[in-house]
Design a protein around this ligand. Structure first.
Ligand SMILES: [Ca+2]
Ligand SMILES: [Ca+2]
Ligand SMILES: [Ca+2]
Ligand SMILES: [Ca+2]
Length: 215
Protein backbone atom coordinates (compact mmCIF):
# COMPACT_ATOMS: atom_id res chain seq x y z
CA UNK A 1 0.00 0.00 0.00
CA UNK A 2 1.26 3.41 -0.90
CA UNK A 3 -0.47 6.72 -0.13
CA UNK A 4 0.21 10.08 -1.76
CA UNK A 5 -0.69 13.44 -0.23
CA UNK A 6 -1.95 15.70 -3.03
CA UNK A 7 -2.61 18.78 -0.96
CA UNK A 8 -5.87 20.69 -0.77
CA UNK A 9 -6.02 22.26 -4.24
CA UNK A 10 -8.29 19.59 -5.75
CA UNK A 11 -11.95 20.48 -6.22
CA UNK A 12 -13.40 17.03 -6.84
CA UNK A 13 -11.52 14.30 -5.00
CA UNK A 14 -13.71 11.59 -6.56
CA UNK A 15 -12.11 12.32 -9.92
CA UNK A 16 -8.62 11.45 -8.74
CA UNK A 17 -6.80 8.24 -9.48
CA UNK A 18 -3.38 6.93 -8.48
CA UNK A 19 -1.36 5.48 -11.31
CA UNK A 20 1.69 3.26 -11.03
CA UNK A 21 4.18 2.67 -13.80
CA UNK A 22 4.80 -1.00 -14.56
CA UNK A 23 7.47 -1.96 -17.06
CA UNK A 24 5.22 -4.44 -18.87
CA UNK A 25 1.83 -2.73 -18.80
CA UNK A 26 2.75 0.92 -18.55
CA UNK A 27 0.64 3.23 -16.42
CA UNK A 28 -1.95 1.26 -14.39
CA UNK A 29 -4.74 2.66 -12.23
CA UNK A 30 -4.04 1.15 -8.77
CA UNK A 31 -6.40 3.27 -6.68
CA UNK A 32 -7.62 1.07 -3.81
CA UNK A 33 -10.11 3.34 -2.03
CA UNK A 34 -11.95 6.61 -2.41
CA UNK A 35 -9.52 9.51 -2.05
CA UNK A 36 -10.16 11.57 1.07
CA UNK A 37 -8.40 13.93 3.45
CA UNK A 38 -5.99 15.00 0.66
CA UNK A 39 -4.68 11.46 0.42
CA UNK A 40 -4.99 8.79 -2.24
CA UNK A 41 -3.87 5.21 -1.72
CA UNK A 42 -3.17 2.23 -3.92
CA UNK A 43 -1.78 -1.28 -3.73
CA UNK A 44 1.54 -1.94 -5.44
CA UNK A 45 4.19 -4.61 -5.57
CA UNK A 46 7.14 -2.43 -6.52
CA UNK A 47 8.33 1.15 -6.11
CA UNK A 48 8.54 2.33 -9.66
CA UNK A 49 7.14 5.82 -10.39
CA UNK A 50 3.71 6.99 -9.24
CA UNK A 51 1.52 9.76 -10.49
CA UNK A 52 -1.82 11.20 -9.34
CA UNK A 53 -4.11 12.05 -12.24
CA UNK A 54 -7.36 13.88 -12.21
CA UNK A 55 -9.80 11.83 -14.30
CA UNK A 56 -11.68 14.28 -16.46
CA UNK A 57 -14.96 13.51 -18.18
CA UNK A 58 -14.43 16.13 -20.86
CA UNK A 59 -17.50 15.27 -22.96
CA UNK A 60 -19.83 14.77 -19.99
CA UNK A 61 -21.04 11.31 -21.05
CA UNK A 62 -20.44 9.88 -17.59
CA UNK A 63 -17.21 8.09 -18.46
CA UNK A 64 -13.86 9.43 -17.42
CA UNK A 65 -11.05 9.33 -19.91
CA UNK A 66 -9.40 6.26 -18.44
CA UNK A 67 -12.30 4.14 -19.76
CA UNK A 68 -13.77 6.48 -22.38
CA UNK A 69 -11.91 5.74 -25.61
CA UNK A 70 -12.91 9.18 -26.96
CA UNK A 71 -13.42 11.68 -24.18
CA UNK A 72 -14.25 14.40 -26.71
CA UNK A 73 -17.27 12.63 -28.20
CA UNK A 74 -20.24 11.98 -25.89
CA UNK A 75 -21.74 9.38 -28.23
CA UNK A 76 -18.63 7.22 -27.85
CA UNK A 77 -18.30 5.33 -24.56
CA UNK A 78 -18.39 1.74 -23.22
CA UNK A 79 -22.22 1.76 -23.07
CA UNK A 80 -22.77 3.17 -26.55
CA UNK A 81 -24.29 1.09 -29.32
CA UNK A 82 -21.94 0.28 -32.14
CA UNK A 83 -23.11 1.74 -35.45
CA UNK A 84 -21.64 1.78 -38.95
CA UNK A 85 -19.55 4.94 -38.91
CA UNK A 86 -15.92 3.88 -39.14
CA UNK A 87 -15.22 4.38 -35.42
CA UNK A 88 -15.27 2.20 -32.32
CA UNK A 89 -18.42 3.55 -30.64
CA UNK A 90 -18.50 1.16 -27.67
CA UNK A 91 -14.80 1.22 -26.79
CA UNK A 92 -14.27 -2.54 -27.15
CA UNK A 93 -11.32 -2.15 -29.50
CA UNK A 94 -13.30 -3.25 -32.56
CA UNK A 95 -14.69 -0.91 -35.18
CA UNK A 96 -18.13 -1.47 -36.75
CA UNK A 97 -18.28 -5.05 -35.44
CA UNK A 98 -22.05 -5.30 -35.84
CA UNK A 99 -24.52 -7.04 -38.08
CA UNK A 100 -26.74 -4.82 -40.13
CA UNK A 101 -30.26 -6.18 -40.01
CA UNK A 102 -31.74 -6.67 -43.45
CA UNK A 103 -35.27 -7.05 -42.08
CA UNK A 104 -37.76 -9.87 -41.78
CA UNK A 105 -38.45 -11.44 -45.14
CA UNK A 106 -41.66 -12.83 -46.63
CA UNK A 107 -43.97 -14.51 -45.86
CA UNK A 108 -44.14 -12.34 -42.72
CA UNK A 109 -45.18 -8.78 -43.52
CA UNK A 110 -42.94 -6.33 -41.69
CA UNK A 111 -45.95 -4.13 -40.85
CA UNK A 112 -47.46 -6.88 -38.67
CA UNK A 113 -50.46 -7.46 -40.92
CA UNK A 114 -49.89 -11.17 -41.62
CA UNK A 115 -52.46 -13.71 -40.44
CA UNK A 116 -51.43 -17.39 -40.45
CA UNK A 117 -53.45 -20.49 -39.68
CA UNK A 118 -52.76 -21.75 -36.17
CA UNK A 119 -51.02 -25.13 -36.29
CA UNK A 120 -49.11 -24.42 -39.49
CA UNK A 121 -45.40 -23.76 -39.71
CA UNK A 122 -44.21 -20.23 -40.41
CA UNK A 123 -40.76 -19.83 -41.98
CA UNK A 124 -39.23 -16.86 -40.19
CA UNK A 125 -36.50 -15.38 -42.39
CA UNK A 126 -34.01 -12.60 -41.83
CA UNK A 127 -30.85 -11.42 -43.52
CA UNK A 128 -27.73 -9.87 -41.99
CA UNK A 129 -24.82 -8.04 -43.51
CA UNK A 130 -21.72 -6.30 -42.21
CA UNK A 131 -21.13 -2.56 -42.37
CA UNK A 132 -19.65 -2.84 -45.85
CA UNK A 133 -22.80 -4.56 -47.12
CA UNK A 134 -21.32 -8.06 -47.33
CA UNK A 135 -23.72 -10.85 -46.45
CA UNK A 136 -23.13 -12.51 -43.08
CA UNK A 137 -23.57 -16.26 -42.80
CA UNK A 138 -21.70 -17.15 -39.60
CA UNK A 139 -23.83 -15.46 -36.96
CA UNK A 140 -25.72 -17.31 -34.25
CA UNK A 141 -29.32 -16.08 -34.29
CA UNK A 142 -31.85 -17.17 -31.70
CA UNK A 143 -35.62 -17.01 -31.94
CA UNK A 144 -38.19 -16.18 -29.29
CA UNK A 145 -41.89 -15.52 -29.41
CA UNK A 146 -44.41 -14.11 -27.04
CA UNK A 147 -48.12 -13.57 -27.25
CA UNK A 148 -49.16 -9.94 -27.38
CA UNK A 149 -52.94 -10.35 -27.20
CA UNK A 150 -55.73 -12.85 -27.84
CA UNK A 151 -57.05 -10.47 -30.47
CA UNK A 152 -56.16 -11.03 -34.11
CA UNK A 153 -54.64 -7.70 -35.08
CA UNK A 154 -53.45 -8.83 -38.50
CA UNK A 155 -55.37 -7.87 -41.62
CA UNK A 156 -53.95 -10.05 -44.38
CA UNK A 157 -54.65 -13.79 -44.64
CA UNK A 158 -51.49 -15.59 -45.70
CA UNK A 159 -51.69 -18.75 -47.79
CA UNK A 160 -50.90 -22.00 -46.02
CA UNK A 161 -47.17 -22.43 -45.93
CA UNK A 162 -45.34 -25.69 -45.87
CA UNK A 163 -41.97 -25.49 -44.19
CA UNK A 164 -39.17 -26.69 -46.40
CA UNK A 165 -35.59 -27.73 -45.82
CA UNK A 166 -33.88 -28.94 -42.72
CA UNK A 167 -35.27 -28.81 -39.26
CA UNK A 168 -33.82 -26.25 -36.90
CA UNK A 169 -31.82 -27.13 -33.81
CA UNK A 170 -33.29 -25.79 -30.61
CA UNK A 171 -34.05 -22.10 -30.91
CA UNK A 172 -31.27 -21.36 -33.41
CA UNK A 173 -31.88 -20.12 -36.94
CA UNK A 174 -30.11 -22.08 -39.66
CA UNK A 175 -28.34 -20.33 -42.51
CA UNK A 176 -29.64 -21.09 -45.98
CA UNK A 177 -26.83 -20.79 -48.53
CA UNK A 178 -29.19 -20.58 -51.49
CA UNK A 179 -31.32 -17.74 -50.20
CA UNK A 180 -28.47 -16.20 -48.17
CA UNK A 181 -30.86 -15.86 -45.27
CA UNK A 182 -31.26 -17.16 -41.76
CA UNK A 183 -34.39 -19.29 -41.48
CA UNK A 184 -36.32 -20.71 -38.58
CA UNK A 185 -39.30 -22.93 -39.29
CA UNK A 186 -41.59 -21.84 -36.50
CA UNK A 187 -44.19 -24.43 -35.57
CA UNK A 188 -47.40 -22.93 -34.29
CA UNK A 189 -48.82 -26.26 -33.11
CA UNK A 190 -50.57 -25.76 -29.80
CA UNK A 191 -50.59 -21.98 -30.11
CA UNK A 192 -53.97 -20.36 -29.80
CA UNK A 193 -55.42 -17.58 -31.95
CA UNK A 194 -54.17 -14.09 -31.27
CA UNK A 195 -51.32 -11.79 -32.07
CA UNK A 196 -47.69 -12.69 -31.40
CA UNK A 197 -44.31 -11.04 -31.55
CA UNK A 198 -41.45 -13.05 -32.96
CA UNK A 199 -37.91 -12.00 -32.07
CA UNK A 200 -34.67 -12.62 -33.92
CA UNK A 201 -31.65 -12.16 -31.66
CA UNK A 202 -28.24 -12.21 -33.38
CA UNK A 203 -25.16 -12.76 -31.25
CA UNK A 204 -24.08 -9.12 -31.50
CA UNK A 205 -26.58 -8.43 -28.71
CA UNK A 206 -29.26 -6.89 -30.90
CA UNK A 207 -32.90 -7.93 -31.00
CA UNK A 208 -35.49 -7.44 -33.73
CA UNK A 209 -39.16 -8.25 -33.70
CA UNK A 210 -42.20 -8.31 -35.90
CA UNK A 211 -45.83 -9.10 -35.13
CA UNK A 212 -48.07 -11.64 -36.82
CA UNK A 213 -51.46 -13.08 -36.03
CA UNK A 214 -52.77 -16.64 -35.79
CA UNK A 215 -56.38 -17.58 -36.31
CA1 LIG B 1 -16.32 11.05 -21.23
CA1 LIG C 1 -17.00 9.76 -24.86
CA1 LIG D 1 -16.77 -1.45 -31.11
CA1 LIG E 1 -18.82 2.13 -35.26
Amino acid sequence: MVCIDYGDRVVDESQLALYHYESVNGWINITSSTPENNEICGTVSSFSPFAVFELVDADGDGYTKDIDCDDYNASVNPDAHEICNGIDDNCDGQTDEIYVFGGFQQPINVDGSSIFKAGKTIPVKISLSDCSGANISAATVKIAINKVTDLVLGTEDELDIEASGNANTGNIFRYDETDQQFIFNLSTKGLTAGTYSVYAKPDDGSSYSVMYSLE
